[in-house]
Write a protein that binds this ligand. Sequence first.
Ligand code: THU
Length: 165
Amino acid sequence: MSGKKFEFDYEVFDDISKLDEKDAWLLREARNVTENAYAPYSEFHVGAVAMLANGQVVAGTNQENASYPVGICAERVLLGNAATLYKDVPIETLAISYISKSKTEEIKSDHPISPCGMCRQALLEYETRTKKPIRLILSGQEGKVFIIQTAKFLLPFAFTPEELI
Ligand code: THU
């Protein structure tokens, strides 16, 4: 038997004012684009905004459906938009934010959330196929900001296309 360990470093900032201007701008955009989410069922509005290697900016928001499993997360909407508009262009940085509009519960948007498992799988393959790590900026509408250097860190033991060869 041999023991193994998976760990990674990430950065923690107290708030948006501690980021450099480019990152702060991207995070502000992600916070604002939560307004375009269609989330009448969960009332949990997620916004994602990416800076591409060609300098273009692409966004995504979660889009729900009365048939609940049809709904799609902000991150995968963004990846579809990026791949369609700018084929094969890597994503350099992706900011993700959220706000809850629940009328019954007060869910604060004061801490980072990270992508769901399905989105991690999609982000990883996007990185692999464009041959560039996607740097993640995670934060609520206020409070701490996490910066993670690559989406790959979020999915150890991933299932990858090599398994299919
Ligand atoms: N959601 C996202 O858009 N991204 C995530 O990373 C987590 C969850 C959406 C899916 C659903 O519309 C709502 O948030 C509540 O789960």
